[in-house]
Design a binder for this molecule. Structure first.
Ligand SMILES: [Zn+2]
Length: 113
């Protein structure tokens, strides 16, 4: 009878030891999985920050550059009008060719002036 009890004690101790080992493995597995998720979240946060930086740069700086370009295009248009007056020519509204200020039709495209 004592042998059976001793065997049961050994079996119980062994089972408990395996259970503790499995529990520790599960805990370690959970810790590592949680750490991986944490690092992945860090990476996602950095990606998001990069996206925001690009968005801010593109909206502010691109809008500023577009405004500058639009102003420069208007400046060129005004300079061309001044040049046309000096050269006594006018610009065809259709093909933008320079034609004599006394012409009634564009020499390049035939548009009525
Ligand atoms: Zn024309």
């Amino acid at each position: 009878m004592q042998n059976i009890i001793n065997d049961l004690k050994k079996t119980f101790a062994s089972t408990a030891s395996i259970a503790v080992k499995k529990s520790n493995e599960l805990l370690e597995y959970s810790k590592i999985t949680l750490a991986i998720t944490g690092v992945q979240n860090d990476i996602e946060r950095e990606y998001s920050a990069i996206g925001k930086m690009i968005f801010d740069v593109s909206t502010a700086e691109v809008t500023e550059k577009c405004t500058i370009i639009e102003a420069k295009i208007l400046e060129i248009q005004e300079l061309r009008e001044k040049l046309a007056i000096v050269k006594k020519v006018k610009t065809c509204p259709s093909c933008h060719a320079e034609v004599s200020s006394c012409s009634t039709f564009c020499a390049k495209c035939g548009e009525k002036l």
